[in-house]
Write a protein that binds this ligand. Sequence first.
Ligand SMILES: [Zn+2]
Length: 252
Amino acid sequence: MAKHILSIHAHPDDAETLAGGTLALLASLGHRVTIATMTAGDCGAIETSPEETTNIRKREAETAAAVIGAASACVGFPDLGIFNNDPSRRSVVEFIRSMKPDVILTSAPADYHPDHEATSLLVRDACFAVSVPNYHTGDARPLEEIPHLYFMDPIEQRDRSGSPVLADFTVNVESTIVTKRAMLTKHQSQSLWLQRQHGMADYIRQMEDWTRLRGERAGIAWGEGFRQYRGHPYPQEPLLQELLSSCVVNPK
Ligand SMILES: [Zn+2]
């Protein structure tokens, strides 16, 4: 039976960089995929205003998602303005309730960017609240169950102190690396920005280096790492691993 896979990362291009191959695999298996960002990426530009940048990057996100037939959505926070507080959690809960996902992929708890870390916390705790009837957020109805929750790799597969972040399991994305590259290429406004702010000469090559590194650690050519969040009372069954079956390497 087809599932709804909801990716919620902080900015446009994060999910494509860290999980684009896996999302492409899931879409090719007939699952419904939505790629959501917490912000529209309004600060990720040098020569355009926040409003112009928002419009450009929303279009890029939609075009990237369309490569695999996925939907695109934005929760509506501003860049560098994601904080783990009561109004933000209610917004994220309302968003997840409206999406009714079976599986959520989100950012790593420890990552280089404050928006990534705040997104991870907010999404983790929102998942607990989505099925709580008395937690009021808006028009969307409470969900019956907590979605299966997974963390993607952090950028560079390291935490802020430089220690490697290990994956529970790696998804072999050899069959979708070309699609992943095509998705990321749609975020073309980021080429100049990432050169200037991040010192990345070629953001596509950088993604390839990280995907190759995760693959090498699992003994395959191209990989994407994930960890399942299994805190009480979140779902314990390995639903994502079962959906991806033979593409999963090193399952715990
Ligand atoms: Zn980001």
